[in-house]
Design a protein around this ligand. Structure first.
Ligand SMILES: [Zn+2]
Ligand SMILES: [Zn+2]
Ligand SMILES: [Zn+2]
Length: 310
């Protein structure tokens, strides 16, 4: 179990400083700075990993506050990262009693870790029935569907209302109803003309014969020897062998540097395959009119509202 949860705050005069921690820990100024800076100069990385003398710290940045978790030697960093991300919605980042808030955060994290591992996890009703469906043979594979979502983001509004894009749009619509802002057309947005959905699935086709039967030759990074090597990754592989150090590497741990598709039908190798976009919901092949047909909206201040005294 993690040793502690803590908060670091950015102060314009003092820089980053340790807020509350639970259970209580001491961190040096250097540690605090390293953890904070692990998120990039502009706090752009949400998740940071920092090795300090007391152990590994995984942190989550919601500027100007950073929530850190100090791991125990036996903790699995992947498990802690997943549960830190699950924990975030439970933390009141604007709390005015951080002693309670960070204690609650730590206890919730421990609870989340328990709930999502071991016996407690496996005996949850939804997990049990999922496993049962696999046993019955009703689920043979849990395969991904690769989708892109065309979400509208209003970055300037997110600074005030948080970064859930759907909620931000709802708030802008509330403001429209209050006559504070007026929507006007702005650019085009992606929308399937058959079903109205905005989720897109991607398919790659051979640029020469249009076949979908492509093999991909990947240039990947070996985490064991830090060298690059090339490999073909066909479906249903669990690991590949590095050509340099001959160690087996799990496919979930591979990072891909480059990909060159190779057509199984006509033998063409090309790094510019034809990219075909289809609607992830109804399967319709998307054409230019789908990609550019929907009307985007920008919200402008309502003159009526801002010219009258409030
Ligand atoms: Zn559709
Ligand atoms: Zn290697
Ligand atoms: Zn081909």
């Amino acid at each position: 179990m993690p040793k502690a949860a803590f908060a670091i705050w950015w102060d314009d005069r003092l820089g980053p400083s340790l807020g509350r921690s639970y259970p209580h820990i001491e961190l040096s100024e250097e540690d605090i700075l390293n953890i904070f800076m692990g998120h990039g100069l502009n706090s752009e990385a949400k998740i940071g990993y920092t090795k300090i003398r007391a152990g590994l710290v995984i942190s989550y940045m919601q500027a100007p506050t950073c929530i850190g978790i100090l791991l125990d030697e036996n903790d699995d960093p992947d498990v802690i990262e997943r549960n830190l991300l699950r924990l975030v919605p439970y933390i009141d980042i604007t709390s005015d009693s951080w002693d309670d808030e960070i204690k609650k955060a730590y206890e919730t994290l421990v609870e989340l870790i328990h709930e999502t591992s071991g016996e407690e996890f496996l005996s949850k009703p939804e997990v049990k029935s999922f496993i049962q469906e696999i046993k019955n043979g009703h689920i043979k594979v849990i395969a991904p569907k690769y989708t892109l979502q065309s979400i509208q983001r209003y970055k300037i509004a997110e600074e005030f209302f948080g970064n859930d894009p759907d909620e931000v749009v709802r708030i802008l619509q509330d403001l429209e109803r209050e006559n504070v802002v007026i929507p006007k057309s702005f650019g085009r947005r992606l929308e399937c003309r058959q079903c109205g959905d905005t989720e897109v699935a991607i398919e790659l086709h051979c640029p020469r014969c249009d076949s979908r039967d492509l093999h991909n030759v990947f240039t990947v990074f070996c985490p064991k020897c830090s060298e690059q090597f090339q490999t073909v990754i066909i479906d249903e592989l669990t690991e590949v062998r590095c050509q340099n150090c001959h160690e087996a590497v799990k496919v979930s741990e591979l990072s891909v540097i480059d990909v060159e598709p190779l057509c199984n039908n006509c033998g063409t190798a090309s790094d510019e395959p034809k990219i075909v976009l289809t609607c992830a919901t109804c399967g319709k092949k998307l054409k230019g009119a789908d990609l550019l047909g929907g009307t985007g909206l920008a919200y402008y201040p309502s003159k009526e509202y801002f010219d009258s005294p409030h």
